[in-house]
Design a protein around this ligand. Structure first.
Ligand code: ATP
Ligand code: MG
Length: 189
């Protein structure tokens, strides 16, 4: 199956998730992640500010920040690469490109992700065998994940049913090392 067709199917399925289901999923994913020592100990965490039916991260970002981590969030550049800026509480975000909320703080540059001890990314699906990740189609996270060191946990957040077989992969596609669904945490590579 090609990427476009798979994206359409996955986005359509997300469209059926109720606000209540999204809340329940977010709470389970957040609890699973915050239970992991490697997540609790990370001093610098790269995460994302969810939008629409993406696995919701607002409570997760807030909790990480409250526990003392520095959380950086993406700032989408004109060339679709990801710059990064520090989250400093719920009042420090403003809409960026496509209306996605971004920190208003100073931009730290595309290489800021290199220093993160934990990297949490959105995905539409992840391949359960290889960790290959399917995104929304901008290639933004392919560029960002290529900068992350080999020993850093990279985690994709998913809804149930999105950890699947045979995600189509191109040479530039980056893998993730972990996937979290509301049901389980899976080590991929
Ligand atoms: N390192 C890169 N530099 C420049 N362009 C890239 C890079 N990686 C991927 N792209 C381009 O981005 C486009 C979209 O890639 P792809 O279909 O893999 O997106 P995606 O992984 O679903 O999106 P995202 O990474 O934003 O979640 C492709 O045309 C690809 O060539
Ligand atoms: Mg890709």
């Amino acid at each position: 199956m090609d990427k476009m067709k798979l994206r359409r199917e996955l986005l359509a399925a997300r469209g059926f998730l109720s606000p209540e289901q999204l809340r329940v999923n977010a709470a389970k994913v957040r609890e699973t992640l915050l239970d992991q020592p490697w997540a609790q100990m990370a001093g610098l965490v790269a995460c994302y500010w969810s939008t629409g039916a993406e696995p919701e991260t607002h409570g997760l970002v807030f909790a990480l920040w409250k526990h003392g981590a520095t959380v950086i969030l993406p700032v989408l550049r004109e060339d679709d690469d990801l710059d990064w800026a520090v989250y400093d509480g719920p009042d420090t975000l403003a809409p960026g490109r496509f209306g996605i909320m971004e920190p208003v703080d100073t931009r730290r540059g595309v290489d800021a992700i290199r220093t993160a001890a934990l990297v949490i990314v959105p995905a539409l699906a992840v391949d359960r065998k290889s960790g290959v990740r399917l995104g929304r189609g901008g290639g933004s996270y392919d560029r960002a994940l290529a900068r992350v060191g080999p020993n850093v946990p990279t985690v994709a957040l998913l809804h149930d049913g999105e950890l699947i077989d045979d995600v189509p992969a191109e040479p530039h596609d980056q893998r993730v090392r972990w996937a979290v669904t509301p049901r389980e945490l899976t080590r991929l590579m």
